[in-house]
Design a protein around this ligand. Structure first.
Ligand SMILES: [Zn+2]
Length: 235
């Protein structure tokens, strides 16, 4: 009976170690630094892209507006030129006024041309890196989503194993006497693995040699034997 119980206790220890490792794995997944950094990069990229797109829309509107103004001014210059050469202007004074107006409008044409060029230049600059930046953002997002999915799947798998382990643990515990379980728990407070085996005459917990007498007693499995050095239960 004690042999079976001790074997059960050893299995229980294995299961508990596995459980601790699995719980740690879940914790590690939730604080993954890499994912946080990646999310930050994506957010920044998306913000930049959004701002750039907004600026592009604004500039395109402005360009349309400027080109319209340019066309209007240009038409006005033409109209004034037609009037000047049409012969309908008869006095020098009238002609001078008209020429002055024409010069002023020509100045406007120049101003609008300059402005349109400036806008086109900025648009061109904005559009140079845009496709590449979009591609990077898409790639990073894909990477993030894939990694997140993989992490979720891994966590699900761990949780499945955990619930299986908890069940196994409960089953194992029913085959071990409460007194023995209590002793196990008490040692566990100080030692992560309270049960050790004797391997080549040494305790697997502290690696110290056990006396021949102890080794023999462990083999006989007639009662509870503790390591003389570390106090672990020997099986
Ligand atoms: Zn020991």
């Amino acid at each position: 009976m004690i042999r079976e119980e001790l074997n059960g206790l050893f299995k229980l220890q294995e299961i508990e170690s596995r459980r601790e490792a699995l719980e740690q794995a879940i914790k590690n997944h939730s604080v993954e630094d890499y994912m946080h950094k990646l999310r930050k990069i994506i957010n920044n990229l998306e913000k930049t892209l959004k701002e750039k797109n907004k600026r592009i829309i604004f500039l395109k509107n402005q360009l349309r507006h400027t080109e319209q103004k340019l066309q209007e001014s240009y038409d006005m210059v033409k109209q004034m030129e037609n009037r000047i050469y049409s012969g309908e202007v008869t006095t020098i004074k009238e002609l001078n006024i008209l020429k002055e107006k024409q010069d002023a409008t020509r100045g406007k044409v120049e101003k609008y041309e300059e402005k349109a060029l400036e806008i086109m230049e900025e648009l061109e600059n904005l559009n140079i890196d845009l496709p590449q930046e979009k591609e990077i953002a898409i790639k990073k997002k894909k990477e993030y989503n894939e990694k997140q999915l993989k992490t979720r799947q891994e966590i699900d798998k761990i949780k499945d194993e955990l619930s299986m382990i908890i069940k196994q643990k409960q089953e194992l515990e029913t085959g071990i006497s409460p007194e023995l379980l209590d002793k196990y728990r008490r040692i566990k407070k100080f030692k992560r693995e309270p049960v050790a085996s004797v391997l080549d005459g040494k305790c697997s917990g502290c690696m110290m040699e056990v006396s021949v007498m102890i080794a023999l007693e462990v083999e006989r499995h007639e009662g509870l034997i503790y390591c003389e050095n570390c106090g672990r239960i020997l099986v």
